[in-house]
Design a protein. Structure first.
Length: 292
């Protein structure tokens, strides 16, 4: 199987120039700032997921690629390689997610990682896929609060509609972890709901978007998801301690760790960034094949 990572360095002047030119929305720091942890995600993959074939890093510009990246082993995919030009530039992860399955050479089974999720303990292929089915925890919801859940509900409704299933007052939502995806299923639902997908695209997030859960919902309703929670610890920087962070990286109790960014003042951001990068450097001191 392969891994796909979407990545943004909000400090990149080229990216900043585009953002200022094409949007009038203030930069949301927690969504675009770079914590300097991408190399540790890649080292975690190298150490704990040796079964991974290729890793694809999806970025907007060549200037987004870190200087330390080995482009022979880390496959760089530009937005322009997979997204139609009329929707570029985009600063919306949901728009980018709609086209990841178009990456040339991508395996049928792939894992979609945001850059805040790290493999911190040994993983097995069957943790993510079993006999052609994806493994991830799915839960049923009725109440809507926040833009993300509205995206999830809309995505689930489109998946049900494509399969001719009756409408439902509830919707399914995946756990917060890396997402196992079947490429052929992504291609199939993208064709079946092409008009809805394309009409949902936007440069920045809005209530009318759909997201990656479109593919998971379609797989789930097709019987291609094993509803079993991945071994993942979720930490919000709004509600944690330095001690908990240290323990979760140095002595993890679960295989994956998600460190969720929140609105932080500059001093707190620098403090947490230094702590996290120091702990990851101690945990994964050796360069991966993805680094020069």
């Amino acid at each position: 199987m392969d891994v796909v990572i979407t990545y943004v360095d909000g400090n990149d002047p080229v990216w900043q120039k585009d953002y200022q030119k094409y949007t009038d929305v203030p930069v949301l720091q927690k969504r675009f700032r770079d914590w300097g942890t991408l190399k540790y995600l890649l080292r975690g993959i190298e150490v704990n997921m040796p079964f991974i074939r290729n890793v694809y890093l999806v970025v907007s510009h060549p200037s987004q690629v870190p200087e330390w990246a080995d482009r022979e082993n880390l496959h760089i995919v530009l937005h322009s390689d997979i997204i139609p030009s009329e929707y570029l530039p985009t600063f919306n992860s949901t728009t980018i997610e709609m086209f990841l399955h178009r990456i040339e050479g991508l395996d049928e089974e792939y894992l979609y990682f945001n850059d805040d999720i790290f493999p911190v303990a040994s993983c097995r292929p069957e943790d993510f896929f079993r006999e052609g089915r994806a493994v991830i925890g799915m839960s049923r919801h009725f109440l809507i609060s926040g833009m993300y859940k509205r995206h999830v509900r809309r995505s689930d409704r489109l998946a049900r509609q494509a399969l001719g299933l009756p409408s439902s007052v509830s919707f399914i939502r995946p756990q917060h972890a890396c997402i196992p995806v079947l490429r052929s299923q992504s291609e199939e639902i993208s064709k079946l709901q092409k008009d809805a997908v394309y009409s949902s695209l936007s440069r920045v997030r809005n209530d009318g978007n759909i997201n990656m859960t479109l593919f998971l919902s379609y797989m789930y309703h097709n019987g291609l998801v094993v509803n079993e929670r991945l071994s993942c610890r979720h930490i919000s920087l709004a509600a944690t301690t330095e001690g908990r962070l240290r323990k979760s990286i140095a002595r993890p109790e679960r295989k994956l760790l998600c460190i969720n960014d929140v609105k932080l003042d500059e001093n707190k951001f620098v403090s947490y960034r230094n702590l996290i990068t120091d702990m990851f450097e101690a945990r994964f001191p050796d360069k991966s094949r993805f680094e020069i």
